[in-house]
Design a binder for this molecule. Structure first.
Ligand code: RIB
Ligand code: CA
Length: 313
């Protein structure tokens, strides 16, 4: 029985690979929709990128929606320095023929959770958590209907990537993250602590090209572009591949190891805004609200990803 999911995303090359991995796995994942959020670049560009990626996959029956154009309370911070001006620099993907669904992305999340049987829809968050938070605020009745949230965001032992204290997705909208992390919905958090263990080495990028399909070629071009920033910054043998970990967790959870702990969001301090304060050693009696994933099996992750991408056109 396939898992019903909604993907909330700010594509972003790594988001694109996550979306492709999900769309390559129809036996396991029933993608009810893809919702764009402002993050890596502005909303309209992220939404257009999402259309391009869905079209690349050939799964054009999957609806794409535009959600929130900025954080709940803060000025939007974007990441063109990593993802390029378009947010999806690398391959030259054609202008999309498919178009956005008319419903606002937040309304789509609300209406879908109300329409589907309670406890059967997983929310996969690959960007700032603005859409999820706004859906929970607008329609509190849907909160208990969510099966679980699997999100890429935050960091603890690996510290931040957009500031010394914060990971980008949480940093952009810490208030939204607070709403989500205190919602009571079961959360699987894939932080930098996990994604920094799955690096895009030369061999792995070559592996995407080997099947010779257009998807593998485009993915190799996307990641060859976006990795340059991290290679320079970390001086490692490859760049972390963040967002596909969320989908890989749904497909093969045993690839990931973690523990249930409390994670709280810093909102007050400008110095540590967006920090995910992880009570990893159980020092406080704060509620254990997330499964904090600390490590990933990189070989198994890339085996899965390479095999699935080869299934697409
Ligand atoms: O910090 C990594 C996260 O920020 C990823 O989701 C990437 O796409 C960017 O949105
Ligand atoms: Ca993202």
């Amino acid at each position: 029985m396939s898992q019903k999911i909604i993907i909330d995303t700010d594509p972003g090359q790594d988001d694109a690979v996550a979306i492709l991995l999900a769309l390559a796995s129809p036996a396991e994942l029933d993608v009810l929709g893809v919702v764009a959020v402002a993050g890596n670049v502005g909303l309209s560009q992220n939404a257009k990128n999402a259309l391009k990626v869905v079209e690349l996959s050939g799964r054009t029956e999957v609806g794409v929606y535009a959600g929130c154009a900025g954080p709940m309370r803060r000025k939007l911070v974007t990441a063109e320095h990593v993802h390029g001006k378009t947010g999806l620099d690398g391959p030259d993907l054609p202008e999309p023929k498919i178009t956005l669904q008319p419903e606002h992305g937040v309304d789509f999340i609300v209406s879908t959770l109300r329409a589907e049987p309670a406890g059967t829809v997983t929310l996969c968050a690959l960007g700032p958590l603005t859409n999820l938070a706004m859906a929970f605020i607008k329609a509190p009745d849907i909160v208990t209907r969510v099966e679980k949230i699997v999100l890429m965001g935050g960091a603890y032992f690996e510290v931040g990537n957009i500031t010394p204290a914060a990971e980008f997705n949480i940093y952009v909208d810490p208030e939204a993250a607070h709403v989500v992390f205190t919602s009571g919905v079961p959360i699987v958090q894939i932080p930098l602590d996990a994604s920094h263990g799955v690096l895009t080495t030369r061999e792995r990028l070559a592996g995407f090209r080997t099947p010779g399909n257009r998807t593998g070629q485009a993915v190799a071009e996307m990641l060859s572009f976006s990795e340059r920033f991290d290679l320079e910054k970390y001086g490692s043998i490859g760049a972390p591949l963040h967002d596909p970990c969320v989908i890989a967790y749904l497909l093969e959870p045993d690839l990931f190891k973690g523990r249930k702990i409390n994670v709280s969001i810093e909102m007050a301090s400008e110095l540590t805004r967006g920090m995910t304060v992880a009570d990893y050693w159980g020092i406080t009696d704060r509620p254990k609200n997330v499964l904090f994933v600390r490590s990933a099996n990189a070989e198994g992750f890339y085996e899965l990803l390479t095999e699935r991408l080869a299934r697409l056109p």
